[in-house]
Design a protein around this ligand. Structure first.
Ligand code: ADP
Ligand code: MG
Length: 801
């Protein structure tokens, strides 16, 4: 007998849904961060301890890794739920009563096919009322218009094949315990085709899970498989296919009565696709009674179809065009309401409107050895406009490495100081904080403004002095690390918080800084390009882009090398150093999770480079486990050219600024993310000399090499991030997300990136327009009701407390 679970599965599911809805941002709940909440709960029982541990790493995961982990958690929870249900199987439900006519708000149990047990399962995925079913959007459609007989298949066409399941197996590879294979053979009157699907991960080698797959695809049932035709060594097959049961011998469905495009719903444990389809077909007649909260003018302005039509079409569209229109409308809605809530919330906050006179800024401009680029000037203007409003700014400045974000932040800081407020600049490492301090202090001295540095290494007496000056308000700018967010650091009037390289900070750290003031303006700077789709879907933030480098920079020549070509790399380094330049040699090592063996490798390599390869040069060493003062020494020695080569881990990723360095050699480059490599590479090419970046990899994986080649071809951080995102996205399709609908969003169904971005953009515009017209929304009663529904969900939605 299974023991009852020590946590509430529904709450965990809710938390997963909210997190997925919010773009995998590690949301702050009332008490805990999302990842902590999951970790703590899942650690309570042995079945989930393994996955619990992975939530400890959530902070460091990429969005797609986060999405994966959530999908996996969801599947695991479904499995546990099922075990629980089996263990406590209940008495059968009493007979049905007579039925009322259906209405949108009616309970799903009003439907003939829904008994309490099914109702419970539906509730798991948020389906409680009839209208919820209408809003349960399919994740795909199988297109009968593309139906092709098996004998007529041609490679590289996207088709739908309909046939009987002749064979279905699901097993773990005898050669690789991590690999689970699903094999389906379909046949129609003209032939047969074999389809394979692969899952990576120990979880899928679970017998129960494999048996469950088998039950989902009974032999001899009629199935539709849609995908891209490809030839492999066994003949033709479908790549990335979707397979969908049309009717099983037990439960036939008249599929040809419902049009050519048949919806495929996110699979729900214990609910067959046929049942879901039947339920939705029964509720569809109610679609025309749905009110459309969007004002007709707005709908026309943005060319959107009305809601009843969109709902009817998202399930059973007449044709592809209608389907696309439905997806567009529903995507618009999703982002429109989110943005509306975000803007509304911000409008409620009472921040400080600055009225800068620009005296300080003009003084600074006069002493700067350069002029701002056009892009910097534009971003400064965007920031100034924000700062003059009472609703607090929440702006991200994104600009490639070396694009000059710091000076833009200084302009904002000066505007705040001039308006009588204090400011803080937080950086993720001491190295970076110190560097900012050094540079800014030089300027501030000339402006007769005090500035201090506060880090973990600040001496107690100094620290005490800084804290006092912050409290009295005499210190207008403090630069620092996490030390800034500790208790005991109190500002008299913090008006602006600047956060550099914010991806290195957790959401809680950011909010702790903000809590040091009263709704302060926030400026975030990052060189890690966030793909447009990701930031556009984040309704809370505005983005400014510095898309131009200061004049005179030369592109960095980047080359991918095999380990056997290391000699050539050393030759290049030798040549450059002899000419008076300097070089970095980088080993993969993530600060937060430095593995001892990696660290030893870096230290050993340093020894060997010094004694065997470059005995005539001075080689420094820099890694995360060194004390702050040792790090400082290593950097100073390199900056002052006492060392010519610096062997380093990724500690140097942000900040280290030595314009004389002209070569960077990166070992095991396949172990870094592309964006990170691009950041690292940005440490060279800061002067006017030609610079080089050499990427060594012994990976044979096609994907890995393809990824690294992106860096050879491009210097554009945006382009690199988008490509990285695409390539990793491709990896995701290789079969891991079959069941569960974690992270499925209606916007994912827009295959045209340009259209998707356009919809995100207009949804933001529309939200701003509506609020500009009527900040209270009173004149749009339907919209207001819908807004409130979303507001509750998004506010109260954060339920993991
Ligand atoms: P990042 O965007 O990577 O943080 P920084 O702000 O550190 O870049 O700027 C990189 C270098 O470029 C600094 O030495 C800075 O003083 C210089 N810089 C910034 N803006 C300009 C400009 N408009 N013209 C010339 N140099 C500039
Ligand atoms: Mg910077």
């Amino acid at each position: 007998m299974t023991k009852p679970l020590p946590f509430d599965i529904n709450r965990l599911h809710q938390a997963l849904t909210v997190e997925a809805d919010h773009g995998f941002d590690n949301l702050q709940g009332r008490q805990y961060l999302f990842a902590d909440f999951l970790q703590q709960n899942l650690a309570l029982t042995p079945q989930t301890q393994e996955i619990a541990q992975r939530y400890g790493e959530y902070q460091n995961y990429s969005p797609s890794q986060r999405r994966h982990l959530i999908a996996e958690t969801r599947r695991l929870l479904y499995d546990l739920r099922r075990q629980e249900l089996v263990a406590s199987s209940r008495p059968p439900n009493p007979g049905k009563q007579t039925r009322k006519p259906l209405s949108l708000g009616a309970d799903l149990t009003e439907l003939e096919l829904v008994n309490p047990k099914i109702a419970e399962k539906l509730a798991k995925v948020g389906l409680v009322q009839i209208q919820d079913l209408l809003h349960y959007y399919p994740r795909d459609h199988v297109d009968y218009g593309r139906q092709v007989a098996i004998a007529k298949l041609e490679p590289d066409t996207t088709v739908t094949v309909i046939g009987k399941i002749q064979k279905f197996s699901c097993f773990t590879s005898p050669k690789n315990a991590n690999l689970t294979i699903m094999e389906v053979i379909l046949s129609d009157r003209t032939g047969r085709i074999k389809l394979n699907r692969f899952w990576m991960g120990k979880r899928y080698s679970n017998r129960g899970w494999q048996e469950q797959q088998k039950r989902l695809y009974p032999l001899q049932s009629l199935a539709a498989a849609a995908g891209l035709v490809k030839r492999n060594q066994f003949g033709l097959t479908l790549e990335n296919f979707e397979v969908e049961i049309l009717s099983s011998p037990r439960d036939p469905i008249e599929s040809d009565t419902i049009g050519r495009l048949v919806p495929v719903y996110p699979i729900t444990e214990g609910i067959t696709p046929e049942l879901l389809r039947k339920l939705i077909i029964q509720t569809l007649p109610l679609a025309p009674t749905l009110p459309d909260p969007l004002p007709p003018k707005l709908r026309q302005a943005y060319n959107l179809i009305d809601l009843p039509e969109a709902i009817a079409a998202i399930h059973y569209p007449q044709n592809q065009t209608q389907l696309t229109q439905a997806i567009a409308r529903l995507t618009f809605d999703k982002f429109f309401y989110r943005r509306l809530v975000a803007l509304y919330r911000r409008q409620q906050q009472q921040g400080n409107a600055f009225v800068p006179e620009s005296k300080l800024i003009n003084q600074l401009a006069a002493i700067l050895p350069f002029q701002l680029t056009a892009a910097q000037t534009r971003v400064v203007a965007e920031i100034r406009a924000d700062l003059q409003k009472t609703s607090p700014m929440n702006r991200l400045v994104q600009g490639d490495v070396g694009s000059g974000k710091t000076i833009v932040a200084i302009y904002a800081i000066l505007a705040a100081i001039e308006s009588g407020y204090q400011t803080a600049l937080m950086a993720p490492t001491e190295v970076l904080a110190e560097q900012h301090y050094r540079k800014i202090a030089a300027w501030f001295t000339q402006l007769h403004l005090p500035v201090e540095l506060l880090t973990g290494s600040t001496k107690t007496s100094k620290r005490r002095q800084i804290l006092r000056q912050l409290e009295t308000g005499e210190l207008p700018l403090v630069i620092g690390t996490h030390a800034l967010i500790q208790t005991g650091v109190n500002f008299q009037r913090l008006g602006l918080a600047v956060i550099d390289e914010q991806h290195r900070f957790g959401r809680d750290q950011r909010s702790r800084l903000l809590q040091k003031g009263q709704d302060p303006h926030v400026l975030i700077m990052t060189a890690t390009p966030i793909p447009r789709t990701l930031y556009l879907t984040n309704s809370e933030i505005e983005v400014s882009i510095i898309d131009q480098l200061p004049p005179g920079r030369q592109p960095i020549q980047t080359t991918l090398l095999k380990p056997s070509q290391r000699k050539e790399a050393y030759e290049l380094i030798r040549r450059e150093v002899v000419q008076g330049r300097q070089a970095y040699i980088v080993f993969p090592l993530v600060e937060e999770s430095e593995k001892m063996e990696d660290l030893r490798a870096a230290i050993a390599a340093h020894g060997e480079l010094q004694t065997k390869i470059f005995p005539n040069f001075q080689i420094g060493l820099l890694h995360g486990q060194m004390t702050a003062s040792d790090k400082d020494q290593a950097i100073t020695a390199f900056r002052d050219h006492q060392t010519q080569i610096l062997v380093a881990t990724t500690v140097i990723e942000v900040g280290v600024d030595v314009p004389n360095a002209s070569v960077m050699l990166i070992e095991h480059s396949d172990r870094f993310g592309l964006a990170q490599l691009h950041q690292l590479r940005g440490r060279v090419g800061r002067g006017s000399a030609q610079s080089y970046c050499l990427l060594i990899t012994n990976s044979k994986s096609q994907t890995a090499i393809e990824r690294l080649q992106v860096l050879e071809q491009s210097q554009d951080g945006f382009f690199i991030a988008e490509r990285d995102f695409q390539i990793r996205g491709k990896g995701r399709d290789e079969g891991t997300e079959q069941s569960g609908h974690a992270g499925f969003g209606i916007e994912d169904r827009l295959s045209d990136e340009a259209i998707r971005q356009q919809i995100f953009q207009i949804s933001r515009q529309a939200a701003a327009r509506v609020l500009a017209k009527d900040a209270s929304l009173e004149s749009f009663p339907l919209l207001k009701a819908e807004f409130e529904r979303h507001y509750d969900r998004l506010q109260g939605g954060v339920i993991f407390t």
